[in-house]
Design a binder for this molecule. Structure first.
Ligand code: ZN
Length: 80
């Protein structure tokens, strides 16, 4: 009888993960980590994409970004 042995070290190639590691090593651009608005240090994913920024990410986290948008919406609504 043959025993099926699942490989413990299945190598899965993730291009995205590789790119992230490479970007961290090169460190050409200051990676977004600290939110400009609240000052909290967050993961890269906590920042929305912004193609107009050299870093490709907004300098404020998603939380602050939505809070700003909401405040703007309410101020506009109140003025109208
Ligand atoms: Zn923030």
């Amino acid at each position: 009888m043959t025993t099926f042995r699942p490989s413990a070290h299945a190598t899965v190639d993730f291009p995205l993960y590789d790119d992230e590691v490479a970007g961290e090593m090169v460190n050409a651009e200051p990676a977004p980590g600290r939110c400009y608005a609240c000052g909290a240090v967050k993961s890269y994913e906590a920042f929305a994409r912004d193609a107009s920024k050299p870093s490709g990410r907004k300098s404020v986290c998603r939380e602050c970004d939505s809070r700003r948008a909401l405040a703007y919406y309410h101020s506009k609504k109140a003025a109208a």
